[in-house]
Design a protein around this ligand. Structure first.
Ligand code: NAP
Length: 251
């Protein structure tokens, strides 16, 4: 991928990994549009980088997804890269039945349905554009699920499989499909869950992670892992089972 001269839309681009990728694409010479639900976070990001274009959007809402696509394609004719990064993570205990699942926001709509629907809606506009790409941000937990976050892990496994299938389907369209597979990164994701695990803090910052991702995007690596997730991509089933036991016996 050429990192320069693109017009990139990043969902959830006002914080964490999305923000770090947004800064890196900007630095590399691309135009960057970020969206998310909290207007104040978008404005804060734009204050730091006035070049950022911002759009308030709830990617879990079908109507707001449609509005985002219409706004983006009519204002940015050269839009050629979609980064499906927005995500949430929840601890859900199914020993309590369905109650906890029902009590919070819908991870399936945000983490899995949004990338699927946004990809489908943008593909007609990306087709034929130079350097067209879809970048899906999944997770190491899509390869080795965390028992405490069963729905989150399932959405990320789903996004991994979707990315593989989409990459194959789009071969003839010129749209490249990349999957970014972060390990634990120090962001605001699931702050509540992290607090309940004694204030767990990952020792990898989003800037360091994003810098590594950019290098791999440039080298056209289509499944981008880092550290532990680099191993998971190529691990045997036995290795994945071992990691699963190790991780879930700690939590
Ligand atoms: N941090 C990690 O350890 C880790 C590990 C593996 C994978 N990931 C993945 O990396 C991606 C980025 O997460 P992060 O760690 O950078 O956490 P983060 O800082 O919390 O970023 C998530 C972003 O998504 C946005 N978002 C959430 N729900 C949204 C919705 N319904 N519509 C639009 N935007 C929405 C949030 O903005 P608003 O709240 O303003 O909407 C926020 O900017 C996620 O897909 C996450 O699953 C993270």
């Amino acid at each position: 991928m050429n990192l320069k001269g693109n017009t990139v839309l990043i969902t959830g681009g006002a914080s964490g990994i999305g923000y770090a990728l947004a800064e890196d694409f900007l630095k590399a010479g691309s135009e960057v549009i970020i969206c998310g639900r909290r207007e104040e976070k978008l404005l804060e990001a734009q204050k730091k980088h006035p070049e950022f274009k911002i759009k308030k959007c709830d990617a879990a809402s079908d109507a707001e997804r449609a509005e985002l696509v219409q706004w983006a394609v009519s204002n940015f004719k050269n839009l050629n890269i979609l980064v499906n990064n927005a995500g949430i993570q929840r601890d859900i205990d199914f020993k309590k039945g369905i109650a906890e699942y029902k009590a919070g926001p819908n991870e399936i709509a945000i983490n899995l349905e949004a990338p699927i629907v946004l990809s489908g809606m943008f593909i007609p506009y990306l087709t034929g554009k130079e350097g067209a790409a879809i970048i899906n941000v999944s997770s190491g937990l899509g390869f080795v699920p965390a028992a405490k976050m069963p729905v989150y892990s399932a959405t990320k496994a789903g996004l991994h499989v979707f990315s593989m299938a989409l990459r194959h389907q789009l071969k003839t369209t010129g749209i490249k499909v990349y999957e970014v597979i972060p390990p634990a990164v120090d962001t605001d994701l699931n702050a509540e869950g992290r607090a309940s695990r004694g204030g767990y803090k990952a020792n990898l910052g989003p800037e360091e992670f994003a810098a590594a991702v950019m290098k791999k995007l440039e080298a056209d690596v289509f499944e981008i892992g880092y550290g532990m997730t680099e191993n998971s991509i190529n691990a045997s089933r036995a290795d994945l089972n071992k990691s699963f036991e190790q991780m879930n016996s700690r939590w």
